[in-house]
Design a protein around this ligand. Structure first.
Ligand code: SAM
Length: 182
């Protein structure tokens, strides 16, 4: 593999994003179509993932990948979901990397979000109905909310089909538009 230059992330920070848990926020404005991060991945072969990984915290963090499931190391695991994402991603299967780029101009202080696709496994806190519920219940929500129990009875097959991050080498252009659903 050729050496890959990574990015200085001094203008991005991880912070508490309320009911969504931690998220990535920019401290400066970023122009559209700017690469903001390149995350190397750790590949879990399909069998290992279906036997072990899916029963762990990885269940919240992995991307579909050729031959299994991939954990993005670094920022790639920290982007929350939005139905109107401001960041797209493109997988480089051969190099084991995911490249993240802005889809539009982003203002200082904005959270950077990708689209996980249509089949979310948690109540989307960007959805105003869920925000209301969260406020009314006084629930903290976030990465460990009860939504995961909804998937406990799923088969491995349905589990793999509900994970949003893009599944197909040929749909990288879609990913760039933030619509990299399976
Ligand atoms: C890849 S992790 C993102 C980082 C995570 N927020 C954290 O604190 O580690 C995905 C998890 O973040 C939470 N999440 C992401 N986007 C969300 C959203 N729009 N609404 C509610 N929860 C969200 C969910 O719990 C999901 O399983």
């Amino acid at each position: 593999m050729e050496p890959v230059r990574l990015f200085n992330q001094s203008t991005l920070q991880i912070q508490d994003c309320g009911a969504k848990g931690r998220g990535v926020v920019t401290t400066v404005a970023i122009p559209a179509r700017t690469i903001i991060d390149i995350s190397p991945i750790l590949l879990f072969p399909s069998e290992e993932y279906s036997t072990h990984g899916r029963y762990t915290q990885l269940d919240h963090y992995t991307y579909r990948w050729k031959g299994g499931m991939a954990l993005a190391l670094g920022l790639g695991s920290m982007f929350n979901h939005s139905n109107s994402p401001n960041v797209g991603f493109q997988r480089d299967i051969d190099s084991g990397l995911i490249k993240y780029s802005t889809l539009r101009e982003i203002h200082a202080g904005e959270e950077l979000c990708i689209s996980y696709g249509p089949n979310l496994w948690f109540p989307d806190m960007e959805d105003s109905q869920n925000q209301d519920k969260n406020t009314n219940n006084g629930s903290s929500g976030g990465a460990s909310n009860g939504a995961m129990s909804d998937s406990e009875d799923e088969t491995a097959e349905s589990f793999f089909s509900r994970i949003q991050f893009s599944d197909d080498d040929d749909d990288d252009d879609d990913d760039e538009d933030g619509n990299g659903s399976s």
